[in-house]
Design a protein. Structure first.
Length: 145
């Protein structure tokens, strides 16, 4: 797969060779997410490990009704199932992680649960613009926006 094919192709390039063990789990995060709280990521692993019917898990947003699209990162997933779905999606011309999530049996950790571990919602902070740096400068996470 060539360069500049989007995040889904990049993820497929990692997942497909790693899919040998059907029991493996992975966390997918963005390189522009400086506020990740390890306890939240561990809780995502634990929740996915408990329910084998779920292929992927994301964090529910407290303000979801204000979002045009759900935020898919960070995402915990079952490597083998996600690898197969990612490979098919890329072959079909899909490029987004949203389409991968749509191809999997997924669920979300309620905000009321994971925000106990990360009250400022720092785990959802991603830096796409200079303005996105403001919560970091003020010492607040996503909710500081």
């Amino acid at each position: 797969r060539g360069a500049h094919q989007g995040p889904l192709a990049a993820l497929a390039n990692v997942l497909v060779p790693a899919a040998a063990d059907a029991n493996d789990l992975a966390i997918v995060v963005g390189g522009d997410m400086p506020g990740l709280v390890p306890e939240v990521l561990l809780a995502m692993f634990d929740a996915l490990d408990v329910d084998p019917s779920i292929d992927a898990l994301i964090l529910a947003r407290r303000d979801l009704e204000h979002d045009a699209r759900r935020q898919v990162l960070p995402m915990a997933l079952r490597v083998a199932r996600a690898a197969a779905a990612a490979q098919i999606a890329v072959e079909n011309g899909d490029r987004s992680l949203q389409s991968l999530l749509d191809a999997l049996a997924w669920s979300s950790v309620p905000a009321s649960q994971w925000l106990l571990l990360d009250p400022d919602a720092s785990t959802l902070l991603d830096i796409d613009t200079r303005a996105d740096m403001d919560p970091l400068r003020s010492g607040k996470g996503r909710e500081g926006r």
